[in-house]
Ligand binder design. Structure first.
Ligand SMILES: [Zn+2]
Length: 107
């Protein structure tokens, strides 16, 4: 059977689809997840928990986008992303492992 080659310049496929990812990320409580590593105020701000950022100010914030997905951003070191990016950095695991980690907790 002929298998067409991967389109030129395409990255390797992720171990999950974009739809599955977005559906999971809408369920994940990123504030609760981040609160295991830093203290967030009622507005969702706190010191950046990234291991390479010795933050002394509340530079880190969690917010929910119009797409219903929570994201984080640190104005001190520029680190930003979704719960998957957060878990990848905090637990030193791959994106596929982070996806499964979140899926188990927010099934
Ligand atoms: Zn930071």
């Amino acid at each position: 059977m002929f298998v067409p080659p991967t389109p030129h310049g395409r990255k390797a496929r992720r171990p999950y689809t974009r739809t599955d990812r977005d559906e999971l990320l809408r369920r994940v409580d990123l504030r609760a997840l981040a609160s295991a590593f830093t203290t967030l105020n009622p507005g969702g701000h706190g010191r950046c928990p990234h291991p390479n950022h010795d933050d002394r100010n509340p530079s880190f914030g969690v917010f929910r986008g119009r797409d219903g997905i929570e994201r984080f951003k640190c104005h001190g070191c520029g680190w930003s992303g979704t719960a998957i990016d957060f878990v990848v950095a905090m637990r030193s695991i791959t994106m596929g492992e982070a996806f499964r980690y979140l899926e188990e907790r927010w099934a």
